[in-house]
Every structure is written in structure tokens, then in C-alpha cells.
Write a protein that binds this ligand. Structure first.
Ligand code: ZN
Length: 256
């Protein structure tokens, strides 16, 4: 979600501009029943009014419809040829024309383009948002407490479920739990009110800190994501497990 927030800021440059042409050359990249003719028909002549982000989903609101953009691990957003690329580790600065999966060309000659070598992202016209939880930066402590209390899932898996809190990916989840001192394998409903408060605080602080630093790979635990590494806080050997289907690093000493 941190990377997507950078893209949202880049996309802000399109607000107020009018779409003259839509390029959607890759049917596989269109999701949720979206088709290239529908995109062209709906968006041609439309004006971009606003940008939003919910978790990892970027929304472009036009006066005709909303366009939802997902970037996967390798997608990038460029507006008028530039993006926040210097901040991102996943994507190379290299560009092949064939990697442009979706583009809006504006009547002023500029464009918004999604470049994605591995096609892990996607474009949806008027995406349904019901399945998305509250964005990680907006979730309230009380709602977090109630939602955690209703689940027996391991904390890490719970955090990764975009239907609970939207926007937390694998690296971010490990960093948040490491900062909160909570064991990723703990059952969600086992947290006491104080622990929920600590988790809520760690969620907001970690997202804001890593956004400032430059991405979800800039956490303090990141350097320790190798076999045999030790906890940057207390020096204990870190534990490496698979939780929620994802590789998980945690400290057996201070994460309880
Ligand atoms: Zn530790």
C-alpha cells in the first residue's frame, strides 16, 4: 500500500485533465468483466476528478466512471513519462513498449500509463469495494478490537486478509508485528485490550514511517530477512516460519 500511495500522488497530476483515448491492448490485464470496448466507450471524453487509495487499490474517479488500478509486485504508474521510480526496489527503470498494459491519453498530449512486465496487476472499471476492509491508515482501534475478537486466524494471516484491513502486505505485516512485540502465530482473538492498542498504534506508525522512508522494504526488520539473522532489537536469533502461506520472520524473545 505504501508503493500504491506513491502512485496515487503521481496520479494526482491527472486531476482536471480530459481523456482523449484509452489504450487497453492486453485483455488478460482487464479484470472483473472489464473489456477494452467498455473502457473506451466509458472513458473517452471523461474528466479525471479525484484520486483515492484503499489498501493496494488505486482509484481514479472520473466524471463518467471510476477506474481501479492494481499493480501487483511489478507494476508501475507513469504520468507524462515519469513516476516515483527512484523509491521502488521491485521494479526496474527499464521500459519496453510491450509492458504498457493500460494507458489513458489526455487531450493535452500527456498520458497516464501502467507498465507491468509480469502482468501481476490489473485494471477494473467501476470496481466493487465491498470485499475490502478499511484502509490500514484509517482503521479505528475499536473496530480493530471487534474484528480481531471475531477471528481465530493467526495474527499474521489476519493482517494479510484485505477484507479485514486493506493494504497490509507480507513485509509490512512482519514489521508491524515485530514493532508491536506480538507473535505472528497468536490467534487474533487472543489479544487483550492493551495488546490491541499496541497493535493499532504500530499499524499507523509503521505505515507512516515506511512511507516517509521510501517503501515497505525499508523496515528495520528487512535487513534481518535472511536465514540465521538476529533480532535488530535484542539480538535473539530470529524465527522463520510460514504463516498465512507467507514466509514470516519474527523474534521469539520479544514477540509474544
Ligand atoms: Zn527481539
Amino acid at each position: 500500500m505504501i508503493e500504491v500511495e506513491y502512485y496515487r500522488r503521481v496520479a494526482e497530476r491527472t486531476v482536471g485533465r480530459t481523456i482523449a483515448r484509452v489504450d487497453a491492448p492486453d485483455d488478460w490485464y482487464l479484470k472483473g468483466g472489464t473489456t477494452a470496448p467498455a473502457l473506451r466507450r466509458t472513458l473517452r471524453g471523461a474528466r479525471v476528478m479525484d484520486t483515492r487509495r484503499i489498501g493496494k487499490l488505486l482509484l481514479l474517479d472520473t466524471d463518467a466512471a471510476t477506474v481501479g488500478l492494481r499493480f501487483g509486485m511489478t507494476g508501475r504508474l507513469l504520468v507524462d513519462g515519469s513516476g516515483p521510480i527512484e523509491k521502488l526496489e521491485y521494479s526496474s527503470a527499464r521500459q519496453e513498449p510491450a509492458w504498457t498494459r493500460f494507458a489513458l491519453r489526455f487531450d493535452d498530449g500527456g498520458e497516464l500509463a501502467v507498465v507491468d512486465p509480469r502482468r501481476l496487476g490489473g485494471v477494473v472499471l467501476d470496481p466493487t469495494l465491498d470485499h475490502l476492509g478499511t484502509d490500514a491508515l484509517a482503521v479505528r482501534e475499536r473496530d480493530l478490537r471487534n474484528a480481531l475478537g471475531a477471528s481465530r486466524a493467526p495474527l499474521k494471516a489476519w493482517l494479510l486478509d484485505q477484507g479485514h484491513v486493506a493494504g497490509v502486505g507480507n513485509l509490512l505485516a512482519d514489521e508491524i508485528l515485530w514493532r508491536a512485540g506480538l507473535d505472528p502465530a497468536r490467534r487474533a482473538d487472543s489479544l487483550d485490550p492493551h495488546e490491541v492498542m499496541v497493535l493499532h498504534r504500530a499499524l499507523g506508525r509503521t505505515v507512516r514511517l515506511l512511507t516517509k522512508r521510501g517503501g515497505s522494504h525499508t523496515g528495520d526488520l528487512q535487513v534481518a530477512r535472511v536465514r540465521g539473522a538476529s533480532c535488530p532489537r535484542d539480538g535473539a536469533p530470529l524465527e522463520r516460519r510460514t504463516i498465512g502461506g507467507r514466509t514470516t520472520y519474527s523474534c521469539p524473545v520479544h514477540q509474544r
